[in-house]
Design a protein around this ligand. Structure first.
Ligand SMILES: *[C@@H]1O[C@H](CO)[C@@H](O)[C@H](O)[C@H]1NC(C)=O
Ligand SMILES: *[C@@H]1O[C@H](CO)[C@@H](O)[C@H](O)[C@H]1NC(C)=O
Ligand SMILES: *[C@@H]1O[C@H](CO)[C@@H](O)[C@H](O)[C@H]1NC(C)=O
Ligand SMILES: *[C@@H]1O[C@H](CO)[C@@H](O)[C@H](O)[C@H]1NC(C)=O
Ligand SMILES: *[C@@H]1O[C@H](CO)[C@@H](O)[C@H](O)[C@H]1NC(C)=O
Ligand SMILES: *[C@@H]1O[C@H](CO)[C@@H](O)[C@H](O)[C@H]1NC(C)=O
Length: 381
């Protein structure tokens, strides 16, 4: 799963996104009375009638989902800065960024494989990497917390290098700020830019997913035990909580942290059914690039069934694009949070296409799913 995708993926599939936003895309209607208790159909536009049938349609639908995820939940991903310079010395890449008269400097460390020469594949560690990596990879340590603070306090909002650059009133929540920063660290420093992955665990797993979703140059996304705000569905997590299982939900998360844009509060405070997307849509933005979702059944708070449902639903995007082998999900039985268990090692390091979609949980979920995803999966042409 893991290794083979680095070798096989080419940026050519990113060209798929090139037509996004074209004038011929269906117009997104006023969504102020949107209300859906199920995961919105990935293959029907928000006008409620136009079906996604072709790759061009998908580029439009993908752009539509990206736009509503930004406006209602994550905040706006800024474009490229006015200027940027980087120098590499020792193991440290020093990056200076200037935008609208503001400047920041940050310095991720890069650990290259022993004796490596030439451009090597790399994994960006959102606050570090918690999965065992093959020796032939470089590891870029991205200090996301410096980029956008994320202490469990509302006072963290708007604090960090990202906001020094774009202003404290930028709509982006911490995760979108990290996503922006993660792309800026894909450096000129002996990294093979066609083989860059991103990984992180827990809150950093949420951040890894957002980075993979919004940066088409990232070839492999590995969110680990990311829970709500990551691979979980807001709707399914609310449902699980309603059955008495203590699970993190939207209404809790907006009080706890600044990971999301404050625009999300209105949905979290009323009903997540008003969201014209869910996190299957966030996951689907990664398709057809490689993604490997790692979960842990040991913590109810992480909502493992919510992640399973959302990621099985997200995976239909890969199926529709004819790339289902690029998306794997593995849920291991109970173990310590963010301590990768030996039992998942074969799935992580499989060198052949493994079609890993496995859970140690007693879960049944496929699409169409009468309760959560009553829609069909086309084969896009
Ligand atoms: C959303 O629809 C449900 C029925 O599916 C209804 O009970 C609920 O009141 C609606 N919510 C809003 C905000 O319209
Ligand atoms: C970044 O800016 C600092 C301070 O302005 C300067 O000393 C340093 O040389 C710059 N580094 C790069 C890579 O441009
Ligand atoms: C790196 O090269 C040195 C010198 O040739 C050698 O002794 C060492 O085993 C190599 N290390 C690895 C990890 O290949
Ligand atoms: C959401 O609820 C919180 C806590 O009750 C409150 O502080 C906040 O102002 C509300 N925000 C919106 C947009 O409704
Ligand atoms: C894993 O943990 C969950 C929640 O604590 C518990 O319900 C379940 O029985 C455990 N499963 C296994 C296989 O130990
Ligand atoms: C799995 O779930 C089904 C349906 O909820 C239940 O009947 C069955 O006993 C469960 N199996 C195990 C091993 O928990």
């Amino acid at each position: 799963m893991f290794h083979s995708k680095f070798l096989q993926f080419t940026v050519a599939s990113c060209l798929l996104f090139a037509t996004a936003g074209a004038a011929s895309c269906p117009k997104t209607p006023d969504l102020s009375s949107f209300n859906s208790s199920v995961l919105p159909d990935l293959f029907t536009f928000l006008d409620g009638k136009t079906k996604v049938r072709t790759l061009e349609d998908w580029a439009c639908r993908r752009a539509e989902m990206s736009a509503v995820l930004q406006s209602d939940e994550l905040g706006v991903l800024p474009g490229r800065p006015d200027s940027m310079s980087a120098s590499f010395s020792g193991n440290t890449l020093t990056i200076n960024v200037t935008h609208a008269g503001n400047s920041i400097t940050f310095a991720p460390t890069i650990t290259f494989p022993a004796n490596s020469t030439g451009r090597v594949p790399a994994v960006i560690g959102m606050g570090g990497v918690s999965v065992p990596l093959p020796e032939e990879l470089a590891v870029i340590e991205f200090n996301n917390a410096e980029f956008a603070q994320q202490d469990s306090s509302p006072a963290s909002r708007g604090v960090g290098l990202f906001y020094d650059l774009f202003g404290t009133d930028a709509s982006a929540g911490a995760m979108m700020a990290w996503a922006w920063g993660a792309l800026e660290v894909t450096p000129a420093a002996r990294i093979n830019l066609e083989r860059v992955g991103v990984s992180g665990c827990s809150r950093n797993g949420k951040g890894a997913l957002v980075a993979g979703a919004f940066e088409p140059r990232i070839a492999l996304t590995i969110p680990q035990e990311s829970g709500s705000g990551g691979t979980d569905s807001w709707r399914i997590s609310d449902f699980i909580l309603s059955t008495g299982i203590l699970t993190q939900t939207a209404s809790e998360i907006v009080q706890e942290n600044v990971w999301l844009s404050s625009n999300f509060d209105q949905f979290a405070n009323s009903s997540v059914d008003r969201l014209p997307f869910d996190h299957h849509s966030l996951g689907a933005l990664v398709a057809p690039r490689a993604m490997f979702v790692i979960d842990n059944l040991g913590y109810d708070w992480l909502g493992p069934f919510s992640s399973w449902g959302a990621m099985i639903a997200a995976r239909t995007a890969w199926t529709a694009l004819g790339a289902s082998e690029n998306m794997g999900i593995s849920q291991a039985a109970n173990h310590t949070h963010c301590v990768f268990p030996d039992t998942q090692q074969p799935e992580l390091t499989a060198r052949q296409d493994t079609h890993v979609v496995e859970t140690a949980g007693n879960y049944t979920f496929s699409v169409p799913n009468a309760q959560w995803a009553p829609w069909n999966v086309p084969r896009l042409i």
